[in-house]
Design a protein around this ligand. Structure first.
Ligand code: ARG
Length: 456
């Protein structure tokens, strides 16, 4: 059924219908559509715009429609234009005249604005919950690995020794920021557009405060033109989702590297790996690669809606129907990525011996050797030069700084004494990094306590 047949003399072309319809994808928020209608109808009755009997009939009708959709008794047809027409048509079919009053004082423009907001608000909270679960998994790894040494990298070159807990802590910070971004969006978006009408409000004495409250909003939006054409919250959400995917993708990239034959820092569990159809020895990190790959399509959804919105005059334009398919796909992609990533972390094992051995090679303690000289009165720039010479010497002999004899040290600088060996030991290098945010087990422990509190 069409909601707007009155002024038309010809049937809609089939191709036009197919191109114009949105039921195939906006059926996703049938629940929110019905929820919004129920609030609207309660308000209409409170304002004496419809009778109590009509309110009861409508609400009951809407509830049976929802039940029938959920039980599979009512299926989405190919004729309805969108979820709003679908629900209204079935309501009228079921309860007759009272159903025709549902849309009093409302337009599909404020209706769809409300449905989208309710849907995004729920999805946003779900994303937040998934992030929280992931943070719990990261914290678990951190607690068990404050003394698991591994090389920290810059330029993908070994730089200074850190711990596995410290490395995971970096991602803990990222996903923590992602959550706080979601909380910000929630605060900004949580105002109700219902009652804005097509664009200019209505002449009915609607109580917008009341519907806003029924639907758990802070209050009604304050400009009806903006209310029906605002999709900022969706753009903000997609941008937060893009940043989440960027973080996941960086982590996945590291996991692919750590899982490579050359590194062997981690073993991805069999249940999160796949094999090759031709090479029997292969165990591939497909899940990490796929999450890294899917990041592109989430960015795509963000760029798409930004581009759709940029040329739109006020107020509603049909272009805005494009706010659904790609965003919905992006939301589902992020949710499954977060779930799978968390599962992969929970089941992954760490080859801590290999990590530690790798830290011992590659001169990750060179900075500490220079700091030793500084502590003995050598200016840092000179110390840097002296240790450069040590590294060159070691590279030629194929040994580590720890393997040089004291004579060899003193041949390059007489400042070195026997205590140099203690000063450049792996645990010393890490233990001495005591400023807050640094990797020493002591500071990591303090940070872990803060994170535990945060997750409570
Ligand atoms: N399916 C439409 C959308 O998603 C619903 C709003 C239709 N409003 C209109 N004036 N045609 O945007």
């Amino acid at each position: 059924m069409k909601l707007w047949g009155g002024r038309f003399t010809k049937e809609e072309d089939q191709l036009v219908h197919n191109f114009n319809e949105s039921l195939s994808f906006d059926q996703k928020f049938y629940k929110q559509d019905i929820q919004g209608s129920i609030a609207h109808v309660k308000m209409l009755e409170k304002q004496k715009i419809i009778s109590t009997k009509e309110r009861e009939q409508i609400i009951q009708g809407l509830e049976t429609i929802q039940n029938d959709i959920e039980s599979g008794k009512l299926v989405f047809d190919k004729e309805s234009e969108d979820i709003h027409s679908f629900v209204e048509a079935h309501l009228i079919e079921r309860i007759g005249n009272a159903g025709k009053k549902l849309h009093t004082g409302r337009s599909r423009n404020d209706q769809v604005a409300l449905d989208m907001k309710l849907y995004i608000r729920e999805e946003l909270m779900e994303t937040d919950a998934l992030l929280k679960t992931l943070l719990g998994s990261l914290l678990n790894v951190m607690e068990n690995n404050t003394e698991t040494f591994m090389p920290g990298f810059t330029h993908l070159q070994k730089a200074q020794p850190i711990t596995l807990a410290h490395h995971f802590g970096a991602y803990f910070e990222m996903f923590k920021r992602d959550r706080s971004r979601l909380h910000d969006i929630y605060k900004r978006m949580n105002y109700c557009p219902l009652g804005a009408g097509a664009l200019a409000g209505t002449t009915y004495p609607l109580d917008r405060e009341y519907t806003a409250k029924l639907l758990d909003f802070y209050g009604p939006t304050l400009n009806s033109m903006d209310s029906v054409s605002d999709r900022d919250y969706l753009i903000e959400y997609l941008s937060a989702l893009s940043i989440i995917m960027m973080h996941l993708s960086r982590f996945c990239e590291e996991i692919c590297i750590w899982n490579s034959n050359e590194y062997r820092f981690v073993n991805i569990d069999d249940s999160y790996s796949t094999g090759s159809s031709i090479m029997p020895q292969k165990k591939n990190p497909d899940i990490a690669e796929l999450i890294r790959g899917k990041t592109g399509r989430v960015y795509g959804a963000l760029i798409s809606i930004l581009t759709t919105m940029k040329g739109l005059p006020l107020a509603y334009n049909k272009d805005m129907q494009e706010d659904k398919e790609l965003p919905f796909d992006a939301i589902d992609t992020v949710k499954s990525s977060l779930m799978l990533f968390t599962g992969m972390i929970d089941t992954m094992t760490f080859n801590t011996d290999i990590m530690e051995a790798s830290t011992k090679h590659g001169f990750t303690n060179a900075t500490d050797a220079a700091d030793y000289l500084v502590n003995h009165g050598v200016p840092f720039r000179d110390a840097h030069g002296i240790v450069g010479k040590l590294v060159l010497f070691c590279e030629e002999k194929g040994i580590a700084l720890d393997d040089m004899t004291l004579e060899e040290y003193q041949a390059i600088s007489p400042v070195f004494q026997k205590d140099i060996y203690d000063a450049i030991r792996l645990d010393t290098c890490v233990d001495k990094r005591l400023t807050i945010g640094a990797p020493s087990p002591k500071t990591m422990q303090e940070v872990i306590e803060i994170y535990k509190d945060y997750l409570k």
